[in-house]
Design a protein around this ligand. Structure first.
Ligand SMILES: [Zn+2]
Length: 218
């Protein structure tokens, strides 16, 4: 484990910590949250006091705790445990098809898809489960796909300071399939390339072909 608190990293850590503290200070009680669910049930046209719905506010609030657990984790902290003993490994590390479930911040309905993460280590590597956890922490918040893609790439880049990072996200948005334009079968693809992944077409091509999307993005 290394101390890798550069100036950029501590700024990022401080900003994230401040955002979390402010959000927690504004946090309503569980009772208020359950009352809000009862209001939405009434708004939908049903009776929150009928038998089948009595336990629903409690269940919805518990589901929210799970869906939005990412607000209580710090992705920077997760990545700070890195390994330096790499025996000179300096090739690309790619983690493909990390499944995620998120919620769109416009309609609070699911976004479900996969994330592919690649980086070109500069001395340090990180346990692969940590990369998957970073994806999960950002997914379990209210999101838009573009922002989530950038957050994952930026965090890996700022904390690990590799030669480059590539993140590609492919996802279906239920706000498009179950409401609004009702277009099922549409996947949205977003990508964020930093460092060598942005500047070196060979590196980018290698990454895209490793994740099975040669010539598709970037
Ligand atoms: Zn939406």
């Amino acid at each position: 484990m290394n101390d890798i608190m550069g100036a950029g990293v501590s700024d990022l850590t401080e900003n994230l910590a401040r955002e979390r503290t402010e959000a927690v200070a504004r946090r309503p009680s569980r009772k208020e949250a359950e009352e809000a669910v009862r209001t939405l049930i009434r708004w939908a046209g049903d009776d929150p006091d009928r038998e089948g719905l009595l336990g629903t506010p409690d269940r919805v609030v518990r589901a929210y705790e799970e869906f939005f657990a990412g607000y209580t984790s710090d992705p920077v902290e997760l990545l700070q445990r890195t390994f330096e003993e790499t025996d000179g490994y300096d090739e690309m590390v790619v983690l493909r098809d990390i499944r995620f479930e998120s919620h769109c911040e416009h309609h609070v309905v699911p976004i479900i898809g996969v994330v592919h993460v690649g980086y070109l280590p500069k001395r340090r590597v990180v346990g692969i489960s940590k990369l998957a956890r970073v994806v999960e922490v950002y997914a379990r918040r209210l999101q838009i796909q573009e922002k989530m893609t950038a957050q994952i790439a930026n965090t890996i880049n700022e904390v690990m300071q590799p030669h480059g990072v590539g993140v590609v996200v492919e996802a279906a948005h239920q706000c498009m399939t179950t409401r609004g334009v009702h277009k099922p079968g549409v996947d949205m693809v977003t990508s964020r390339m930093l460092g060598e992944f942005r500047d070196n077409p060979t590196t980018r091509r290698e990454f895209l072909s490793m994740i099975g999307r040669p010539g598709h993005v970037g």
